[in-house]
Design a protein around this ligand. Structure first.
Ligand code: PLP
Length: 352
């Protein structure tokens, strides 16, 4: 251990994000970014941004942005919390709700940042196993616990739970905060937001990184009843008063205002996903049913790691997880149609 480090730093196991190579132009199908640029309204807002205002600190409460998100989702502004990417919102939520006497629960195959936060905040966790077809069994979460977090749709499987199952999960666990991480919800799953008035233990987390094509902006948010939002604000105001800079607020407001473009992009991604899924099936892949902007696939005859490497050498990046149960699967983000076609052509060459 370095003699200058705090003791806890040594035991941290930091998250490894998907590759963001700077060395060459890849077709990037590895980090679930949007294949489409942000709305033209965003570009216009950036062009017209009053740079002079940057000498001032931003509004610490991001009131305008919070109000716009509240209107968009039909909740009260007191039910909205914004943060620097949903990763930051999630980190604050782990800190605010999950430091309890019992382990928290999340699926054995899900977003790999969750165990990282657990280490950071010294939270015990248990990971109920997905079934053979990578589905979540809600009954596995009906035991005493310190909290529950589930991505819906799940990542990296892309499989979604219906609102009925989420309602059962929330009703079974009235003493725990249940976080539904909806990073990919805009690609065909049902949002749990409609359940907020009914369940004081529900926190829904969403992001601008995927369906709004703004991963580089870093904006995420949580929706839930006032008492949960107040806890998040207490953590945030003990950590960084200004997580949302003034450029981010301006850009996000422009994105929210352009509903037509948002709908067009997410529908196009869903159409490309369905097309890519059937092309992959024709190449002998098993494609798990995706409600996301990625597909999770495996091939009966070809090892996933080999496919990952060979695709990379032809300039196409997909995500391979060297992890028990899924080390023969690939997660492929949905690109635009020419990118999907290039992937299929490359796979065809590799497999035949
Ligand atoms: C399930 C899930 N949640 C949250 C995030 C974090 O998104 P961001 O911090 O970009 O909002 C991701 C990113 O890939 C994700 O897959």
């Amino acid at each position: 251990m370095n003699r200058y480090w705090s003791k806890q730093i040594e035991v941290l196991d930091p998250y490894t994000p998907g590759e963001q190579p700077q060395d060459q132009q890849y077709i990037k199908l590895n980090t679930n970014e949007s294949p489409y640029p942000p709305s033209p309204a965003v570009v216009e807002a950036l062009k017209n941004f009053p740079c002079e205002s940057l000498r001032r600190y931003p509004d610490p409460e991001s009131d305008q942005l919070v109000t716009a998100l509240a209107e968009y989702h039909d909740v009260d502004p007191q039910q909205v919390f914004v943060g620097n990417g949903s990763d930051e919102v999630l980190a604050h939520a782990f800190q605010a709700f999950f430091r309890q006497d019992y382990p928290i629960l999340f699926p054995d195959i899900s977003y790999s940042f969750y165990p990282v936060y657990c280490r950071l905040y010294q939270i015990e966790y248990r990971q109920p196993a997905l079934d053979e077809s990578f589905r979540i069994n809600i009954q596995d979460y009906a035991s005493v616990n310190g909290g529950i977090i589930i991505p819906n749709p799940n990542a990296p499987t892309g499989i979604a739970l219906a609102t009925g199952a989420l309602r059962e999960l929330l009703a079974d666990n009235p003493e725990s905060v249940v976080i539904i991480d909806e990073a990919y919800v805009d690609y065909g799953a049902e949002s749990a937001i409609t359940l907020i008035p009914e369940f004081p233990n529900l926190l829904v987390v969403q992001t601008f990184s995927k369906s709004r094509g703004l991963a580089g902006l870093r904006l995420g948010y949580a929706l839930g009843q006032d008492h949960l939002i107040e806890a998040l604000q207490r953590v945030k105001n003990s950590f960084n008063s200004y997580p949302i800079d003034s450029i981010t607020s301006t850009v996000a407001l422009a994105s929210i205002a352009d509903e037509e473009y948002f709908q067009q992009c997410r529908k196009q991604v869903m159409a490309s996903r369905d097309r890519l899924s059937s092309l992959l099936q024709q190449l002998g892949f098993e494609v798990f049913p995706s409600s996301s902007n990625f597909v999770f696939v495996r091939h009966a005859d070809a090892a996933a790691e080999t496919l990952y490497r060979e695709l990379k050498s032809t300039g196409i990046l997909v995500r391979y997880f060297n992890k028990a149960r899924i080390d023969n699967c690939l997660r492929i983000s949905i690109g635009n149609d020419p990118e999907c076609d290039a992937l299929i052509a490359a796979l065809h060459k590799i497999l035949t």
